[in-house]
Unconditional design. Sequence first.
Length: 132
Amino acid sequence: MRLGHRAGNSISFIDSFSEETILKVESAVENKDLFTYHLYDNTGTLVADMEAVSAMPDGIEVRTTEGELLLHVTPELGAAINYRLYSRKGALITCSDGERTQIFGGLQIEGSRAFARHPRPRIVEPDAVAES
């Protein structure tokens, strides 16, 4: 996943068993991405929690006490986000090193696109107009 998409887009990584949103990234105006997260380690211990949507202009790095990287966001637009997302039970549900993403059982992904709300213009074939 990369930063700096069209304003209004969002993607949520949800633990499908508990229906908890583990990570949500929203593209906002002025090329700012907003984050909400509940990051757990491989034992199910809550490591970091951001309830309110927050911009991270300086980036962010969240690690476990053992040093395992859970979330790394650089401030550069177009940069990849690195993450390891565990459920509250400690099950790994997805991870990405910025190049390769792995998805495991228990992950639900929801997204929205601001421009998807507008219907595409209907194309009328010239023959159909002449027959009307």
